[in-house]
Unconditional design. Structure first.
Length: 200
């Protein structure tokens, strides 16, 4: 049985989706989806998770797509409009785990420039004893190196941690390294998963 829980942040503790912002900019869903698939892509966004500033990452993209300059700038300038609040089921689970004295930590692909504002979205973040931020360490999930760094920093073997993440790719990487894992694709399944491991 795991001794501690390692939480992802985006779409596990708080909801994050670029479409929440870009549905305001592109009322036509097809136009919005095309922009996100061809201009501000997730592959482009990964640079932010590695620590690159919004201002630096967008310059070359604007040069290639000048007709979308305002929309590209919105990715950073209106960043917080991509969020739609904390996930209540996760907040409740974190409070219940805290009450039982279960150690909890975070591991997130997130910019070091936005982590403070993200933490302000929920008191649940105050229950985490530490967080590995990809932008601070220059590594991102699913790279095994960031999982190794996390274990070293917090003092656990992989088998002693339950890793909760919404990305199948990250989950499979962690599983291959020996972590206990839970794919967060249904908030209602979280508490049963914790109970099954004797954490709640």
């Amino acid at each position: 049985m795991p001794k501690a829980v390692l939480w992802d942040i985006g779409n596990v503790i708080v909801r994050w989706d670029p479409r929440t912002l870009y549905s305001k900019i592109f009322p036509d869903p097809a136009e919005r989806d095309r922009f996100l698939a061809e201009v501000c892509t997730m592959a482009w966004h990964e640079a932010h998770d590695r620590g690159v500033r919004f201002e630096d990452n967008r310059a070359e993209l604007i040069a290639r797509h000048p007709e979308f300059e305002d929309a590209i700038r919105a990715w950073g300038d209106r960043w917080w409009e991509m969020f739609s609040g904390p996930i209540a089921e996760t907040e409740a689970a974190i409070e219940a785990l805290h009450a039982r004295g279960v150690p909890m930590y975070g591991l997130s692909n997130i910019s070091q420039h936005t982590i403070e504002g993200t933490f302000a979205m929920s008191p649940a973040f105050g229950r985490l004893s530490g967080v590995v931020v990809s932008g601070e360490v220059g590594l991102t999930k699913p790279d095994p190196a960031i999982f190794a760094l996390t274990c070293d920093r917090f003092g656990y073997a992989p088998r002693e941690l339950l890793f909760v993440d919404d990305s199948p790719r990250n989950i499979e990487s962690a599983r291959a390294l020996g972590f206990d894992v839970h794919l967060f694709d249904d908030p209602g399944a979280l508490v049963p998963a914790l109970e099954a491991r004797g954490l709640l």
